[in-house]
Ligand binder design. Structure first.
Ligand code: DMJ
Length: 655
């Protein structure tokens, strides 16, 4: 067939144009042959009208609502019952369609196929959509503004979490500038005696690690006496707490082979996809903190990936009316709750207040602000709440966002909240002024209401219960000596010397609590009443579980004053650990520090490797190993670099 036959309009000979074509087709030889013949302009107008009509018809078919029905019902007169079921999916108009269907089944007037019925269906659908929109608007209006806000936040968060999970899965985390990290590796101390002591502490680490590896590899902790694995319920079924907690200590002690085997275990075995109820606080400080620290020190991506993956798992803990997180979280179902013993179903200050440093880093490492948003919300709530006498009670109800019982402590239940305020200020390169203010206000109130001197001049920090003092100080509280000293430089109103002095006094008191025992390691809590000073009087407070807080304070005091007594006291602790806690299968806690025959608790706590041995090692190292201006220790002694002002700019730009 000639092309001209297929494309008459465009293939007409020159000069005949459209008219030639049309005329040839419609009127044969009528071109210019009489008044009845169409002229070129008339033909053009006719063509225009015709094509406008065609366009109108197509528009009606394809663009009017429910055009498919018009096509079938009006043009082709077919019944919906003949259409494939896929065309009748339930949807916004499903109920209107059902009505039409019902009419058809009952043989009523207006059954499908009838154009009037199609119109009625369309109207019904429009009515239905309007009603639904009204219903939704009404429901939204009935909600409290906070509820609406929360819904929006949850929706946003879900999207962010999905994106984040994908990024982690596809290894799409943003690039991180590791360049400014200083002092992760050091030389040997010049002084031979110090070098020898440091070597001894490294040997202790080897003993703890090798026995864990031999008897409890892959479990959370070691039972050094019965030589098996020990798993605390704090981590649910998550395993490997000792491995993750020990990573950075292995790194700074240059135990390279051990670090590599720990890394391989993390890569192959560290798993968070399980039905496990965990302590959000413990998992954060040990696992998230340990992984972040290992990442910064080694630059190995696997640690960052695991840290962010775990961080994402912890996010549902914040799904409470106030955003103050639950203490316990099932990382599979995302269901959270609080400790059954906590006053009025409250969350605990030292737990929800000890997420800040790690979560700020998680946002930096993931390029997603969601983590920082969570902890900044906690900060805002705490800042806005009225504080009794300027003090922060240990219990806060996550539903009401209000304080519960008025118990205040710088030891258990409160401790690391204060520590994280100070360290948030330092970690922000001293830009987080809110944290600074909250910290200095808090310790001022603590000094006024909780800090006392014993008859013989020992400074101690008591506990405050609704205005009454309990003259007891926990081993946990001993960290505060280091904290006061660390913050001293930035203290207001010329109080630098004062806080340094306060740190020294707390260090002395805690040293006394060690010195007054048989084993020269301190009890869980000691008292300043009934004629005693710095001694445990209750049987259930006489144990020592390899805790770090006293040597932690020695470490800060040594670094900040270089007073040799801190090295001396630290060495006393080393000797006591070797003499009383070291067993063939590792290191064990003691049930009674006043008893001359050791009674072992048979647990080598993971924090012994993360904290106690690390702080001891640092005391016998030069100051260029992990300089305090560049590194922040989280509450489990994991290392977080100061986020310098320049680095934060990068983060903001990426966002
Ligand atoms: C550690 O897990 C941390 O130091 C925490 O802040 C308090 N308790 C233990 C060590 O005693």
């Amino acid at each position: 067939m000639p092309v001209g036959g297929l494309l008459p309009l465009f293939n007409s000979p020159a000069g005949s144009g459209l008219g030639g074509g049309l005329g040839g087709g419609l009127g044969g030889g009528r071109k210019g042959s009489g008044p009845a013949a169409f002229r070129l302009t008339e033909k053009f107008v006719l063509l225009l009208v015709f094509s406008a009509f065609i366009t109108l018809c197509f528009g009606a078919i394809f663009f009017l609502p429910d055009s498919s029905k018009l096509l079938s019902g009006v043009l082709f007169n077919s019944s919906p019952a003949l259409q494939p079921p896929a065309d009748r999916k339930p949807g916004p108009g499903a109920r209107a369609e059902d009505a039409a269907d019902g009419r058809a089944r009952r043989g009523e007037e207006g059954a499908p196929g009838d154009p009037a019925a199609a119109l009625e269906d369309n109207l019904a659908r429009i009515r239905e959509n309007h009603e639904r929109a009204l219903r939704e608007a009404k429901e939204t209006l009935q909600k409290l503004p906070e509820e609406i806000q929360r819904d929006i936040l949850m929706e946003k968060e879900k999207v962010a979490q999905d994106q984040l999970s994908n990024r982690v899965g596809f290894k799409m985390l943003p690039p991180v500038d590791l360049a400014p990290l200083v002092g992760a590796i050091d030389g040997e101390p010049a002084d031979a005696a110090i070098r020898e002591k440091r070597e001894k502490i490294k040997e202790m680490m080897k003993h703890a690690w090798n026995n864990y590896k031999r008897y409890a590899w892959g479990k959370n902790e070691l039972k050094p006496v019965s030589k098996g694995g020990h798993s605390s319920s704090l981590f649910g079924n998550i395993q490997g707490a000792t491995i993750v907690d020990a990573l950075d200590t292995l790194f700074i002690m240059k135990m390279k082979d051990e670090f590599e085997e720990a890394k391989a275990w993390v890569d192959e075995n560290l798993n968070f996809n399980m039905n496990a109820e965990v302590s959000v606080f413990e998992v954060n400080i040990r696992f998230v903190g340990g992984l972040i620290s290992a990442y910064y020190l080694s630059g190995e991506e696997i640690f960052r990936k695991k840290a962010v993956e775990l961080g994402v798992k912890l996010l549902p803990a914040f799904h409470t009316p106030s955003g103050i997180p639950w203490a316990l979280l099932n990382i599979k179902s995302g269901i959270g709750r609080n400790w059954p013993w906590a006053s009025g179903g409250s969350s605990i200050l030292a737990e929800f207040g000890t997420l800040h440093l790690e979560f700020i880093h998680l946002s930096y490492l993931s390029g997603n602000p969601i983590f920082a948003d969570k902890v900044m919300n906690i900060r805002t709530i705490l800042n806005n709440l009225e504080k009794p006498q300027g003090l922060y009670p240990n219990y806060l109800n996550p539903n009401s966002g209000q304080w519960a019982q008025y118990h205040v402590s710088v030891g258990g239940l409160g401790d690391s909240f204060y520590e994280y305020l100070l360290k948030a200020w330092l970690m922000s390169d001293k830009t987080d002024l809110q944290a600074k203010k909250m910290y200095f206000d808090a310790i001022k109130a603590i000094e006024t209401h909780l800090i006392r001197k014993s008859r013989n001049g020992l400074t101690y920090i008591a506990e405050w219960k609704g205005g009454l003092l309990e003259h007891k100080m926990g081993h946990l509280t001993c960290f505060a000596g280091g904290m006061f000293a660390l913050g001293a430089d930035d203290a207001p109103e010329g109080l630098t010397q004062h806080y340094l002095q306060l740190g020294a006094e707390i260090a002395r008191t805690c040293h006394e609590s060690y010195n007054r025992t048989f084993v020269k390691l301190g009890p869980e809590a000691f008292r300043f009443d009934g004629g005693v000073e710095a001694i445990a009087t209750r049987q259930n407070e006489k144990y020592y579980i390899l805790r770090p807080e006293v040597v932690e304070t020695y470490m800060y005091m040594w670094r900040l004053t270089h007073d040799p007594k801190y090295r001396k006291w630290a060495w006393e602790a080393v000797e006591a650990l070797e003499k009383h806690c070291r067993v063939k299968g590792g290191y064990s806690g003691l049930r009674d520090v006043y008893f001359h025959k050791e009674s072992y608790d048979d647990v080598q706590q993971s924090f012994f490797l993360a904290e106690t041995l690390k702080y001891l090692y640092l005391i016998f190292s030069d100051d260029d190993l992990l300089p305090l201006e560049h590194w922040i220790f989280n509450t489990e002694a994991h290392l977080l670099p100061v986020l310098s002002r320049n680095i934060k700019k990068v983060e903001v730009n990426e966002k």
